[in-house]
Write a protein that binds this ligand. Sequence first.
Ligand code: NAG
Length: 376
Amino acid sequence: MRGCFFIILSILRPGRSTRIEEENQVRSLVQAWSPLVWLAPGEEFLPLGVPEFLENVHAGDNYLRTRESVELLLQNRSSFLYGRKPAGTVPIYALVKSCTALGRFSKAIRSGWSRTNSVRSEDLNILTGVQNNDLLSKESSMDSYEEDNFIFDKRRYRKLHFHVTYWMFYPFSKGKAVCVLDLGFFGSWPIPLVGGKCMGRFKEYGNHVGDWEHMSLYFKTDDYPMAMYVSAHDAGAFYRYDRHSKTFIYEGQETRKGIFQKPIFPERVFTSAGSHPVLFSAKGSHGLWTAPGKHKFVRIPRLYDESGFGTAWPTWQNVEVLHAEDRNPLPGWMTFRGKWGNPKSNCHPLAKLGFNICEFVDGPTGIPMKKLNFQC
Ligand SMILES: *[C@@H]1O[C@H](CO)[C@@H](O)[C@H](O)[C@H]1NC(C)=O
């Protein structure tokens, strides 16, 4: 049975050079269409490369926790929590999923392989290691046997077909100021503004260490994308690409969770230099928007994001292309399922009754736990 499998594998599997050719094509498209992200004017919390973040946290109990207290780190403007000026220095991580027979086939191999590794404790093994350096190491290579076993087949030409998710990492995300009334033992309760004024005091909720933001592109056949997905908080918008105007045109939106979120997305997203979608990172929270301005995303309590032309982040200057399903092993951190930040703290005294608001909330889950916005 096993032998039979490998014979089939040998017939279907194309030659190494075809694969490399395809990977190179994908790589240049991914770079050419990488977004131009405008950070908001006055943004304090800039993006950061993952390795620098990992140097400053330690792993345990499924969380990556800061080595120093968040309060101390926030007092120090040069601490890693404030990130780095991104242009050219901070990478954007482009995770590519191939939809070709080649990609699907190696995906089948990989999912068989990763099933045996998907036990939570295995994850923790990567992390409970004394050093976070383990997160920077590569997955063990599972396909040493593949290399020599495949027939070189140059005739097999595959049209490009893949989707890519561009991941941006920020070490800290600022929550929202909510007008609250202090009720002593019963904690602070959100109250509505009266004539635009807060009759209590403003308190910030929902800060967190670690912040993953993303947008995705779907490519099929052509050297331009068919569609784009832009994610802001728990909602997201689909756009289709219009080749003639070189803009992305709004198609629809989805709410991933929650019922209050129905933000307004603009009809068109423009491109820079004919290919880079122009996006806006909200001040403090970094939710991605397709236009500058004010974006209401939760009605009760009334929460909105602000974005605009602050600092440009030309992400194509530093794109790290990662292939989700082929021979190139992913960095260990890309497969981490735990939380990228400290556990929640300073929660409402009635949190146990389900009134779950905290000054600091949990860091976001790892990338494997997030739903993909495009299917093959
Ligand atoms: C602030 O952070 C920088 C960078 O991590 C560090 O070198 C410096 O010692 C810190 N300063 C204080 C006062 O903690």
